[in-house]
Design a protein around this ligand. Structure first.
Ligand code: AKG
Length: 259
């Protein structure tokens, strides 16, 4: 399967969902002419407006899912729709939705690792189920930002066969070097493609790094954004992941008797 994948990196308007939805739609409208799969950043409707998140969060994700079904179908594109704040009962989750190009929701993933340095644990609840899904018969996983610091969590998904990792993030500029090194390492050690979408711009507390990346299973960077808004696009041939896994059979050679 060959896909053109595009990460839509943009400056998220703080606590302003209607502005952000308008901006995302115009990116999606333009980029759907060039790509099969589009990836959005983390918390792209609200940004990290944590103190108001309880009010801004989408009740059970109903509005987000409705928007996603319609948008994916209208533009005939698979959407890894970043993440949005979703309220379930008394809890708010950092939730990623994925829809295929027929408008069917394929997956919901709630961020498993909350980033204490940005106070996420005070305002959000951690999810506890995996991010594994399939699109066009391709095994994929969706993960969110801080999750990439947990190689065991990523490996859980690739051990289940995921050949493509989609990451949505609001990764701060001071740790841009970590962002790049961690993503390249996750691609190499898991012998998979990585498509990672980070936002640009800033909020009252952080400046964000942009530099969305698309990386192949050898760890080569196929496309990289800068610090300004735009689409970061590359064609990927998913079978390359299987080819690399048979050249260096890491998954076969794993010593699960030792660790
Ligand atoms: O791990 C990091 O340095 C950044 C993580 C982060 O910003 C997040 O999970 O929102």
């Amino acid at each position: 399967m060959k896909w053109t994948v595009s990460c839509l990196q943009f400056d998220i308007s703080y606590g302003n969902p209607s502005e952000n939805i308008k901006k995302a739609e115009s990116f999606i409208e333009r980029e759907s002419r060039h790509a099969d799969v589009l990836v959005l950043p983390e918390l792209w409707t609200t940004g990290y407006d944590l103190t108001r998140l309880d009010k801004l969060a989408d009740e059970n994700g109903e509005a987000s899912k409705q928007w996603l079904r319609q948008t994916a179908k209208t533009y005939n594109v698979h959407l890894v729709a970043g993440s949005v704040a979703v309220k379930e009962g008394d809890n708010v989750y950092n939730t990623m939705y994925i829809a295929d190009n027929s408008g069917q929701i394929k997956k919901q993933y709630q961020k498993a690792h909350l980033f204490q340095l940005m106070d996420e644990h005070l305002y959000l609840s951690a999810g506890s189920s995996d991010g594994f899904f399939e699109l066009d018969g391709v095994k994929c996983a969706g993960l969110i930002c801080y999750d990439i610091r947990f190689p065991e969590w990523v490996r859980k998904h690739t051990a289940q066969g995921a050949n493509v990792l989609f990451i949505s993030a609001e990764w701060p500029l001071p740790r841009l070097d970590h962002w790049k090194s961690l993503l390249v390492a996750r691609a190499i050690e898991n012998q998979c493609f990585v498509a990672a979408c980070n936002c640009t711009g800033s909020n009252p507390d952080n400046e964000f790094a942009g530099h969305s990346l698309i990386i192949d299973p050898w760890g080569r960077i196929l496309a990289e954004g800068g610090q300004t808004e735009g689409a970061v696009r590359a064609e990927i041939d998913v079978s390359e992941s299987t080819a690399v896994r048979s050249t260096i059979p890491v998954f076969h050679d794993l010593r699960s008797d030792l660790y």
